[in-house]
Design a protein around this ligand. Structure first.
Ligand SMILES: NC(=O)c1ccc[n+]([C@@H]2O[C@H](COP(=O)([O-])OP(=O)(O)OC[C@H]3O[C@@H](n4cnc5c(N)ncnc54)[C@H](OP(=O)(O)O)[C@@H]3O)[C@@H](O)[C@H]2O)c1
Length: 174
């Protein structure tokens, strides 16, 4: 069981542009979901996920159709969202406690921290993040939501090209 942060990023370390720009810089690019370090390979081993409130709100605003995940999900927030149409738990609980619940729910599979970067950083703060998978798009954004606003040392597990992206799978050094 690994706790993994899987995300796309600009070369200068932003996972989302300023709000009016959103993710258009990312979603229009060529990537093979079933290619190296693609979403399909990654997600096949995921048993539970979590995300912050901004990412959840982005999904509500941009994803057509029902909640896209069948696995249990936690949303870290202090806001009051309407009840979700899937297995979603809203929480402002301590990260280690929620992580333990996610590990239980994942039943031997991996745990995915969807983002944002500050939430992934909180998992790092508690020594709970094992890996970061980053798909770097060939552009800089100059500003936006940070990839991982912490100082963390990594060792490389794999380095691949997939479409327009340079994909790095990194293990957190403890
Ligand atoms: N490039 C990619 O692949 C990718 C991946 C994921 C996300 N994204 C995008 O990146 C952006 C990330 O936004 P963001 O940096 O604002 O991060 P976020 O983690 O999505 O949301 C941050 C919010 O989550 C809540 N939160 C975080 N930690 C918490 C805790 N311990 N307890 C309770 N609530 C907590 C807080 O919301 P409240 O206190 O206000 O409720 C906080 O303001 C989004 O636009 C998303 O769509 C991109």
């Amino acid at each position: 069981m690994l706790t993994q942060y899987f995300t796309a990023s600009s070369l200068d370390g932003f996972i989302a542009a300023e709000p009016e720009d959103g993710l258009a810089w990312l979603l229009t690019r060529d990537i093979d979901m079933s290619g190296p370090q693609g979403y399909e390979e990654f997600f096949a081993d995921v048993g539970a996920l979590c995300m912050g409130a901004t990412t959840y709100q982005w999904l509500l605003d941009h994803h057509d159709g029902p909640w896209p995940y069948e696995i249990p999900a936690w949303v870290f927030t202090h806001r009051r969202f309407p009840p979700a149409d899937g297995d979603v738990t809203f929480t402002a609980g301590p990260v280690p406690e929620i992580h333990a619940a996610m590990v239980d729910a994942a039943a031997g599979k991996n745990v995915w921290v969807v983002g944002g970067g500050e939430l992934a950083g909180q998992f790092c703060d508690h020594g709970l993040l094992d890996e970061v998978w980053i798909q770097y798009a060939p552009l800089t954004l100059g500003s936006g939501a940070p990839l991982l606003p912490r100082r963390v040392e990594f060792e490389e597990v794999a380095l691949d090209r997939n479409g327009e992206f340079t994909c790095r799978r990194l293990r957190v050094k403890r």
